[in-house]
Design a protein around this ligand. Structure first.
Ligand code: MLT
Ligand code: MN
Ligand code: ZN
Length: 305
């Protein structure tokens, strides 16, 4: 199975347009060893030709341009994207759908019922796309069923309901529903290799932990280093956990969990906020990850499983 990290930053990207935090400022001044990053999306394929786009970032056009297999040029109008899978309805994971409106056939979009609801009512992208290419919605079930997707023969997708946050515009922002956010196990059924992907993950419940243990590679929430990161920089009084993201450091943090996974499991952080000190390749925080064999995703990273 091939996984391409199209965008490794959280909402806002890195650097964020209006931000002068130490990372964003250090990037622009060239004083820090940091790479720019686009917003949260990956793409997955078993055969290298037919791809599932997992999340549709606002930066999707740039991401498609930077990865040739997504434009195989077999016809006058063509794409390597066979289907779109959404893990939530957040802006950074769905706005790119607008940019796919020139599609010559309806977009095959896989997501849960609550995400479909948010994208039909709170932020009605699906209804809007009906005026362009149209949407064929397919339900991602939450009962543990592994689903196959037409055109992606050797891949199976399994959704795990998890605790994170529905978007601010969602009627269920403060009353969470199972399926507002999911983690995804993607399996190459022929090679018997799997990855667990969860860019928004506030709590590692037992069933989520099991899914992480079962995967050969985990690509999980790397948004914030500390719970009060934004507050301590004087940016916003929003805590990581309130936003649906488990911080990496501290007791019960993501690093502690990752350290308990089997040594052979490849461990990567994704959806990294522009404030997170792990973006700085020379930071002490980044060294702590390195010492634990935890990788930090960057745009353009290819993972082969
Ligand atoms: C999140 O992951 O918390 C959201 O995508 C934040 C945002 O809307 O940018
Ligand atoms: Mn996000
Ligand atoms: Zn910043």
């Amino acid at each position: 199975m091939k996984i391409r990290i199209l965008g490794s930053a959280a909402g806002g990207g890195f650097p964020q347009w209006n931000c002068n935090c130490p990372n964003c400022d250090g990037y622009r001044r060239g004083t820090l060893r940091v790479s720019k990053r686009t917003q949260s999306s990956i793409t997955v394929s078993a055969n290298g030709e037919d791809w599932a786009l997992i999340n549709a970032s606002p930066d999707i056009l740039q991401q498609i341009q930077s990865f040739a297999p997504l434009q195989p040029a077999r016809a006058l109008r063509d794409t390597g994207i066979r289907a779109v899978v959404l893990i939530d309805a957040q802006i950074d994971h769905t706005t790119g759908l607008y940019m796919l409106r020139e599609s010559t056939r309806p977009l095959d979009i896989w997501c849960t019922q609550p995400v479909r609801e948010d994208l039909s009512i709170g932020n009605p992208i699906f209804r809007l796309l009906d005026h362009f290419c149209g949407v064929r919605w397919h339900e991602l079930p939450l009962d543990g069923t592994k689903v196959g997707i037409d055109g992606l023969d050797d891949l199976a997708f399994q959704a795990h309901a998890l605790k994170s946050k529905a978007p601010p515009y969602s009627p269920h922002r403060q009353s969470p529903q199972p399926g507002d956010n999911i983690g995804l196990t993607i399996t190459d059924t022929r090679r018997k290799r799997s990855a667990f992907y969860a860019p928004g993950l506030a709590e590692i419940e037992p069933h989520v932990w099991q899914a992480m243990c079962d995967a050969h590679c985990v690509i999980v929430d790397g948004t914030f280093w500390t719970n009060n990161e934004m507050e301590s920089l004087g940016l916003a009084p929003k805590r990581a956990l309130e936003l649906g993201h488990l911080p990496q450091s501290g007791p019960g943090g993501m690093m502690e969990h990752l350290a308990r996974l089997p040594a052979a499991t490849r461990k990567l952080l994704i959806h990294i906020n522009n404030t997170n000190p792990i973006l700085n390749e020379d930071s002490a925080e980044r060294a702590q990850l390195g010492a634990r064999q935890i990788e930090v995703c960057h745009d353009g990273l290819d993972i082969e499983l």
